[in-house]
Design a protein around this ligand. Structure first.
Ligand SMILES: [Mg+2]
Length: 194
């Protein structure tokens, strides 16, 4: 039973800027700088032009490097989440690998010390998590809406009848579905919430 209406919030590129640091780490490792605007896909290997295995290997290293420990917050995210949390139950749903589950939980605690937000880890096609996909979780939780930047997760959730606030990013242009509401920033949510 829901006590309050529920909002699902993605973590990477919605709460924190992960790719920004991944780009810096990739440059350190390979000497190649690929600006964020060039990420036409969030499958980073497609943009880097290397094999998926090679790419995931570098990403694993990145997640245990100091670069990963200094992810900045997406502009407006923290305040908006705190503001939403008065009227909504906030649940973070991420497809981050289980390998960094503890790190992720610690980060959320540190960012929201006075809150006890739930964090769920969803399954994904290219990582080793087992269990339900993000859209399955969204449906099961009967979310009132999801805040997401991934085209795939947004489309799948929208198909299942979940309303999605979809943050515009270079890798996700052009999602159209009646349940998908495109937003440019966190502040836009408050203009479009009702
Ligand atoms: Mg994301």
């Amino acid at each position: 039973m829901k006590i309050k209406p529920r909002v699902g919030v993605d973590i990477d590129e919605v709460l924190v800027n992960q790719l920004e640091q991944a780009i810096a780490f990739y440059k350190l490792k390979t000497g190649k700088y690929i600006p964020l605007e060039n990420f036409f896909s969030y499958n980073w290997w497609e943009v880097r032009g290397i094999s998926k295995e090679e790419s995931l290997k570098i990403d694993r290293e990145f997640r245990f490097s100091t670069y990963f420990n200094k992810l900045s917050l997406v502009k407006g995210a923290k305040n908006a989440i705190l503001k939403l949390s008065f009227s909504y139950e906030i649940i973070f749903i991420t497809s981050r690998p289980f390998l960094i589950k503890k790190k992720t939980e610690d980060f959320i605690k540190k960012t929201f010390p006075d809150k006890q937000f739930k964090i769920l880890f969803s399954n994904d096609f290219h990582i080793e998590n087992s269990g339900k996909t993000k859209s399955e979780i969204a449906k099961e939780l009967d979310l009132d809406f999801l805040i997401e930047d991934s085209f795939e997760y947004s489309a799948q959730s929208a198909e299942k009848g979940i309303k999605v606030f979809f943050l515009n990013k270079p890798w996700n242009k052009g999602a159209t579905h009646k349940n998908i509401i495109q937003i440019k920033s966190w502040e836009d949510i408050f203009k479009k919430i009702k």
